[in-house]
Design a protein around this ligand. Structure first.
Ligand code: SF4
Length: 534
């Protein structure tokens, strides 16, 4: 059997390819990005011509994957947890339409917010949409589960949610591969009205969704991942979900014979499993990464007043990522501390790379906006958000993808002038374009600066949908050519760029300034590749 040393993200990607994947759809977002990158660089995917290009955003990715499933083929879509908010419309409704070819939706949660705005738990979305959810506890399990996820999806005609978290996504382990299976052939859905959610059809579909959700929890493809191992201790039993089970085993060992442990790695889970554990113990501790999803549902299941320990009573911290030390503390075990960090290692605040075009954009904007004082700049999500920190301290909001433009509109409606949005090229095509259309239709008094680095720099330089098209897109949306400017953010253009920004901030209408300079990192890599291929 072939073995590979893989990141969790890579194990998922390899499994999908081995399970006959025909299409991979995604928008880059930490910690999910490497799934698409692995498939893009796969020789096998290239030879089979598996579809594998980035989408404009998570919603378009979700809907395209659903389209591939409609045509009978296996599709996967991947995003970070906040991306699932963007894809939620398509995701929730795909549970209603059901699927044809297997459809796996990977959502990579980021507890402790290493690279995110919030800590939301995607398992809530699985429950909300009433679709099966897999939550692997390690890389090998992630690999195995993908096969079951596709089969479950096809058996129940439902999309399947695949929830992972940062540590699993970004840590490596040896993974034993299975024999690959061929791709599915093109085939249209048996029910010609399945994908037409007219109310009369939707009502029928909803009834079958509810009964499938009840049925799926007893399916062996899910139930084999949830198992109970009894122990001699009758005081405390533990429920450990997903990667939290891994952290627990690090503390108590694989051969633990003392503590009764229930591992949960798929949802919905049958109540009997919980009763198996709780009928033997006086107290139960719930270890789960993210929100207290299982812990809260226990309070409905356990009607005998049993003491439940976990995130809600403070035995486990209510927020933040788990790790083996936190788990040890919650069990009352001694915590092994690592070595002290040598004084040589200094903390470095995050900052722009040396020579980044965004820094020239902000240097000019800060100068131009000085007479108006603080509070006029709405930012979006990308490397340029670093301008919120010193020495720039130039940003007054950063909420979600595209919100720079729409918040600037609202603030302008409230009378704020100037009202400036700063957005990147990739984020602009992700969710900024519709906001700009609103602004044009309402004739809002806003200045939009698109800091165009010709890539998605923050996640490592994935191709942007907007490259070379920004001006045409803005003009097409209806921005007046008189208030549409192209500038080059270089130190030598500083004074000239200040003048352009000043002039457009004075204008009472929509203006767009596209500041274009390729990301230094991407440019360096591109030049290296070009000279290697020359
Ligand atoms: S990765 Fe690119 S865009 Fe991001 S800070 Fe560095 S140079 Fe700027």
């Amino acid at each position: 059997m072939k073995k590979l040393l893989l990141l969790g993200d890579e194990a998922i990607a390899q499994a999908a390819l081995d399970a006959g994947l025909s299409g991979m759809y995604a928008y880059p977002g930490t910690p999910s990005t490497e799934i698409m990158e692995y498939i893009q660089s796969s020789v096998d995917a290239s030879a089979r011509n598996v579809h594998r290009t980035w989408s404009a955003n998570e919603k378009t990715a979700m809907e395209a994957a659903l389209g591939m499933s409609y045509a009978g083929r296996r599709a996967m879509v991947a995003m970070k947890h906040v991306g699932l908010n963007v894809a939620a419309d398509g995701f929730i409704n795909s549970a209603m339409t059901g699927v044809n070819g297997g459809l796996v939706v990977v959502s990579a949660d980021d507890p402790s917010m290493h690279s995110s705005q919030n800590e939301q738990d995607s398992r809530f979305y699985g429950k909300f949409a009433m679709v099966p959810c897999f939550e692997p506890s390690n890389q090998q399990e992630a690999y195995e589960m993908i096969f079951d996820a596709f089969e479950t999806s096809e058996k129940y005609k439902l999309p399947v949610l695949f929830r992972i978290t940062t540590r699993l996504a970004h840590s490596r382990s040896s993974v034993t591969l299975r024999d690959a299976i061929p791709e599915k052939k093109l085939s249209l859905p048996v029910d010609p009205l399945q994908f037409v959610l007219l109310p009369s059809i939707a009502r029928r579909k909803y009834k079958s969704l509810v009964s499938s959700y009840e049925e799926v929890k007893f399916d062996i493809r899910l139930s084999k991942y949830n198992h109970f191992k009894d122990g001699s201790n009758r005081e405390l039993g533990i429920i450990a979900c997903g990667i939290a089970h891994n952290y627990l085993i690090e503390n108590i060992g694989e051969s633990n014979k003392e503590i009764p442990v229930l591992k949960i790695s798929t949802y919905p889970f049958p109540k009997d499993l919980i009763k198996d554990l709780t009928s033997r113990c006086r107290e139960v501790l719930v270890l789960e990464e993210g929100a207290p999803v299982v812990e809260e549902s226990l309070r409905g299941i356990l009607d005998d007043g049993m003491k439940i320990l976990g995130r809600l009573d403070g035995t486990v911290p209510r927020d933040g990522e788990l790790n083996p030390s936190i788990v040890a503390r919650s069990l009352g075990l001694p915590v092994e501390s690592g070595r002290d960090v040598p004084s040589l290692v200094k903390m470095r605040p995050p900052s722009f790379c040396k020579g980044c075009g965004h820094s020239d954009v902000f240097n000019s904007l800060i100068e131009a906006i000085k007479p108006y004082g603080q509070g006029h700049v709405f930012s979006d999500i990308g490397c340029y958000t670093l301008a919120a920190l010193p020495p720039y301290s130039a940003i007054n909001s950063c909420v979600d993808m595209g919100a720079s433009v729409t918040m600037a509109i609202g603030a302008a409606d409230a009378g704020l002038h100037p009202s400036v949005a700063v957005i990147g090229d990739s984020t602009f095509t992700h969710s900024g374009m519709t906001g700009l259309l609103d602004a044009v239709v309402k004739d809002s008094s806003i200045t939009v600066i698109i800091s165009d680095n010709s890539t998605t720099g923050m996640t490592g330089g994935q191709k942007s949908q907007a490259t070379g098209r920004l001006e045409q897109i803005c003009l097409g949306i209806g921005v007046s050519p008189d208030h549409m400017h192209l500038i080059t953010p270089l130190r030598k253009n500083h004074e000239e760029n200040i003048e352009v920004i000043k002039r457009e901030m004075e204008y009472r209408g929509v203006s767009v300034i596209i500041a274009s300079r390729e990301c230094i990192q991407t440019a360096t890599k591109r030049k290296k590749d070009e000279s290697a291929n020359a």
